[in-house]
Design a protein around this ligand. Structure first.
Ligand SMILES: [Fe+2]
Length: 215
């Protein structure tokens, strides 16, 4: 079964001036598509075709891990962005961030520091543990929090391909832009998700219902 790119819930110019249409075009149609194309090639005619995306991510290594994990990570990332200035954190999110980081602004500072310190290519995540407590986590390359028994609420792609067209080598500027786009409704919906709830059919990267946002 061929996996297809998830449809973006917004047009590619939805994040101008923070993320250009050109970046969205390359990031989604070239980079994300390339991971998916490679993954489809790798699993064609193998028992992996019958496995869920999450199960493959949890049990594989090498290209058979990198490509599906990058597909999952990007699918998740697209939902972490919301047009028209993102969405304001709800009181529940404000309380959660205050408990773990001392406040929303304090969280943003810590997340930004982590994203800047994430050496090379990778992802910076806001995750929750089994007990619901929040944490900021860096992963390298394609690595996923799901492999570490941590469940994502929000992520930022800090691979250079995510920002080089718009910000050249300035990851800081890209992170600053992200705070104008963060989708807190999506983050909140993810707080109730655990590993078994993320698991889904191989035809899709599982996303909570709130990802179907109006646009
Ligand atoms: Fe990316």
């Amino acid at each position: 079964m061929e996996l297809k790119l998830p449809q973006l819930p917004y047009p590619k110019n939805a994040f101008v001036p923070y993320i250009s249409s050109e970046t969205m075009e390359f990031h989604y149609e070239k980079h994300h598509q390339a991971y998916l194309t490679k993954f489809n090639e790798l699993i064609r005619g193998t028992p992996f075709e019958e496995m869920s995306l999450i199960d493959i991510i949890l049990c594989s290594s090498g290209p058979l891990f990198h490509n599906p994990a990058q597909h999952w990570n990007h699918t998740f990332f697209w939902d972490c962005l919301r047009p028209a200035g993102g969405s304001a954190p709800s009181q529940k999110i404000v309380d959660l961030l205050s408990e773990s980081f001392g406040g929303v602004e304090e969280f943003k500072v810590k997340f930004t520091q982590a994203a800047l310190a994430n050496f090379g290519s990778g992802w910076t995540w806001l995750v929750h543990n089994e007990d619901g407590s929040l944490e900021i986590m860096n992963t390298a390359n394609a690595d996923s929090p799901l492999r570490h028994e941590k469940y994502p609420l929000l992520t930022l792609d800090v691979w250079e391909h995510a920002y080089y067209i718009d910000y050249r080598n300035s990851r800081q500027d890209f992170i600053d832009a992200f705070w104008h786009l963060a989708n807190w409704e999506f983050a909140e919906a993810n707080h109730s998700m655990n590993k078994s709830q993320w698991a889904g059919p191989p035809s899709e990267a599982k996303r909570p219902p709130s990802s179907r946002l109006p646009h």
